[in-house]
Structure formats: C-alpha cells, structure tokens
Design a protein around this ligand. Structure first.
Ligand code: AMP
Length: 477
C-alpha cells in the first residue's frame, strides 16, 4: 500500500514526500480509511508507530477539501510537550496546504491566557490543547465549538492516569454531539473502555501490537561513510568467526555488487534477490540452511518468513526503510531463544531513519567507532538543527496560531499566521529561516497560496523528544 491509495489532496501528498514518508505505517494503513469515512475510532498504538500522522493526515485532507472553514478539530493531549509535537507535525505535514493550528496549554501570564482565548475565538482550523487549560477557558470564555467536526484524544490512557477523566467528560459536554471522535491510547485498561463507551459511537477498533526485537539479539551499530563500508565488513569478519551470516542491502543492485566484491574474501557466499530463478533461490536457501553456505547477501525478501536456525550474525549494510523492516531483518538471528548479533552500518544520510527506528523499538543502539585504519566515520547527530534567520521561537509563546501554506501575520490577540515551513517533522533536522525537508534541503516545488506573500520564516523550535515529564496544566491533586 502507498499513500496514493488514500487519494489525498495532492498538496498534502507533496508534504508527505517532502518529509520522506514513502509508505504508510501499519497504524496509518488501518486508521486512515476509517477516519476518512467519518467513523469513530478507538486505536491502540504506541508512540513510534506513526500514530500522530495516522489521525492528522485524514483530518488535514478533510479540512483542506472543505468549503466552510471554522474551528474544525480539537486534539486533546496530556502534556504541553505532546501538544507541541503534534502541532509541529501539523506544520510539517501541512507545509503545502492552507491550514491553521494553535496550541493551548497551561502556564504563562494573564496576557498569554488572553492571547490563547482570543486566538481560539478568532478561528483556527485545529486546536491542540491540554485538558486543564482548555476546560478553564471553556468555563469562562465564549469559545465556539459549534461547528467542531473532529475530536481526537491522544495518549488517552496517560490522560486518565493523570486524573483527567472528569475534565475530559466536561470538555466533551461543550462539544456538538454530531462529531467524529478518535481515541488513541498506548494501552487499553478498563477505564479507557469505560470512557470509550461513554464518548464514542459504534467505533472501529484497531490494535497495533508493536513487535520488539528478541532479547537474545546483541544490537550494535557503526557510523561509517559508504566508501568505508567494505573495509568495515572485512574487519568484522576478521575480528570473529561467524558460522552463518546474512547481510541485508535495501537494493538488489547493491546486493549484486557487494556479493561480487565480498566473494573475493569470503568464498562461501551467495547473493539472494528477486532476479534469481525460483530453483536457484531454493538451492541457495537449502545450502544456507544446512550450513554449506556461510554468508547470504540479500534484499528484504530474505527478512520475512525465512526461518533458519543458527544464524549468528545479521548485518544491515544500510539502514532498513523502517522500524518494522529492521525488526524483521535482525529477527533472523537469535531465533528460538538463542543469541546472535545484529550490526547496522549507518552512513551520514541514514541517521534520521535510524533515529526513528530507535524510537520505534524504544531504545538507543550503541554506536561503535570504526577502526582507525579506515579513517574517521561520521558523527551520530540525528538531532542537529540548522539555524538561519529570525522568526518566532516555538518554545517561547504559549499561544501560537499558524496558517500553513500561506503567510499572513496578524498581531492581534497573539495570533501568528505563518507560511512556508519545514517538512521535517519526521525527524529533528529542522531548518530555521525557510522551508526545508528532512534532509535540510529546500523542497523543490514549494507552493504559493492565495492568502498573501510569505513574509518571513516560519517558527521553528526543538521538537520535544519525550512526553513523559509532568509538564502539564493539571493542578496538583
Ligand atoms: P509517532 O508514533 O506519531 O510519534 O511517530 C513516530 C515517528 O515516525 C515520527 O518521527 C514520525 O515523523 C515518523 N513517521 C510517521 N509516519 C511515518 C511514515 N509513514 N514513514 C516514515 N516515518 C513516519
């Protein structure tokens, strides 16, 4: 499945490409059609699965295709960090479309409060709020949610753990009955079921069980430039004797070239890819299984389904396309409670991808320095943010409304409408002072929209990494 299967608005698809998303993650594959069909949804998915884009993409598509623009979507999140992170994804995904959003969370002075309230009253497409602050505003201000179409509860289990059950129910009492409600939660304790029964109507249910690599796999990584990889492989094979090895490459051209080169130093080696006849493949696999063949160099067709015992080393010659592929590849070793080693070679271009894999598997893989004889490898700096011209710091203001895909600046009530932006929500390589994609490059086909010329860089800021601190507006219990 690709993103084209959803028939998204072309400008939204352009944003996806700029971010380097090539195919939907499993949670996206399953959630997007449900949300596009206006059905309520309860989804069990953890951070790292692509859950934020799973609900943002269909909502952004619907907003951009709608004739009447008003306060359309409310996203409630447990902490200001998560609220900001969601807003940054809206900014990145909505780079080429004309959608505005605002974050509303606790803290700050009375001025900030007024700014947030006024920004909501003046209208924005999406509000991302923490429950405490939003409820206080609803209690005192005349915020009009009359036309609200989507309510999203993100990390609902965490909100309940933090004691927000009643607040959420009260917030919902201000919202129209006729809305689509989407609930995302990392776990499904009975309290979530109770809440779901109370606020969702005939919801579709999706459960993404996230696979984790087996405990018996020793995971390692080397930072290396492409031209150092061959020398590094030689070093790995000289350092220790491995009986049964798979080397994965993402492209079959690389498989063929590498297999030819490596055969000179490892005679018991075969390439395995889709250009081989079925018979050839079966023979190679037979030899590999019965240990007559020591090393297989192959594409991801090797990563799923093949169950060969005793593979003691898996090498990712390049970083796999996504976390699921990584888990499948390295899962070829340490099968049936044995142990094995998985080594990934990360070049300077693949760092962001590897960082997302680490987020998915929920741990950082130690990076080993390549032997000095090979020269110096690149540093592992996936979070590097390049800076440029001015613009608002996202961390500074408590209330920020941005009009994506265009650029009007209004200084009334603390609203800021921005255009241009950075397609780099997938990673942290954000560029200040103009648009950029995840590689820090300017998108090639930036669109100019009807609502005014771009008059400055869009605000950028650090993407918060975790959302598990207590930086929230929940009053002390
Ligand atoms: P989330 O689970 O929403 O926190 O997302 C985890 C990470 O995956 C974020 O860095 C996203 O930008 C990234 N991501 C989301 N969807 C995709 C996709 N389809 N392809 C690649 N990366 C993605």
């Amino acid at each position: 499945m690709t993103f084209h299967d959803f028939n998204f608005n072309p400008d939204l698809v352009e944003g996806l490409s700029a971010m380097g998303y090539t195919k939907p993650t499993p949670i996206q594959e399953q959630s997007i059609p449900v949300i596009l069909h206006d059905r309520d949804l309860i989804a069990c998915a953890q951070t790292g699965t692509g859950k934020t884009a799973a609900y943002l993409l269909p909502i952004l598509h619907k907003i951009v295709n709608s004739d009447h623009r008003h306060l359309n979507t409310l996203v409630i999140a447990p902490t200001r960090e998560l609220a900001l992170q969601i807003d940054q994804q809206i900014e990145a995904l909505g780079y080429f479309i004309n959608v505005s959003s605002i974050t509303v969370y606790g803290g700050g002075s009375g001025i900030v409060w007024e700014q947030q309230k006024r920004a909501m009253q003046l209208g924005t497409d999406i509000v991302i709020a923490t429950p405490g602050r939003l409820l206080s505003m609803l209690n005192v201000g005349d915020i009009n949610f009359k036309h609200l179409e989507h309510l999203v509860l993100d990390e609902a289990d965490r909100m309940l753990d933090m004691g927000f059950y009643d607040d959420i129910v009260r917030i919902i009492s201000y919202l129209p009955e006729d809305r689509q409600t989407i609930l995302f939660s990392a776990t499904m304790p009975p309290k979530i079921r109770t809440l779901a029964n109370q606020i969702l109507k005939d919801p579709a249910e999706i459960n993404i069980a996230i696979s984790k690599p087996a405990d018996g796999i020793l995971q390692m990584a080397y930072m290396t430039y492409d031209q150092q990889k061959f020398g590094l492989l030689k070093h790995i094979f000289q350092e220790k004797e491995y009986k049964s090895v798979i080397i994965f490459c993402s492209r079959k051209e690389t498989v063929k070239r590498l297999a030819n080169e490596l055969k000179r130093i490892i005679p018991s080696l075969q390439a395995f890819h889709s250009d081989l006849e079925q018979e050839q493949r079966e023979e190679i696999m037979r030899n590999f299984k019965n240990k007559q063949l020591q090393v297989l160099v192959g594409t991801d067709i090797l990563s799923r389904g093949i169950d060969v015992e005793g593979i003691d080393l898996v090498i990712n010659y390049d970083v796999p396309p996504d976390g699921e592929d990584y888990i499948h590849r390295i899962g070829r070793t340490a099968r049936a409670a044995t142990t094995g080693t998985a080594i990934t070679l990360i070049n300077d271009m693949d760092q962001q991808r590897f960082a997302s894999i680490e987020r998915l598997i929920g741990r950082e893989i130690p990076k080993t320095i390549i032997p000095p004889a090979l020269g110096e490898g690149p540093a592992y700096t996936p979070g590097i943010r390049r800076s440029g011209g001015g613009g608002n710091s996202r961390g500074g203001g408590k209330s920020q409304q941005k009009r994506h895909g265009g650029n009007k600046h209004s200084h009334s009530g603390g609203q800021h409408r921005h255009g241009g932006g950075n397609g780099g929500g997938q990673n942290q390589n954000r560029q200040q002072g103009g648009g950029g994609n995840p590689d820090g490059q300017k998108p090639q086909h930036k669109k100019h929209h009807h609502n005014g010329p771009r008059n400055g860089p869009r605000p950028q800021g650090d993407r918060p990494q975790g959302n598990d601190n207590n930086n929230t507006d929940k009053p002390a219990q």
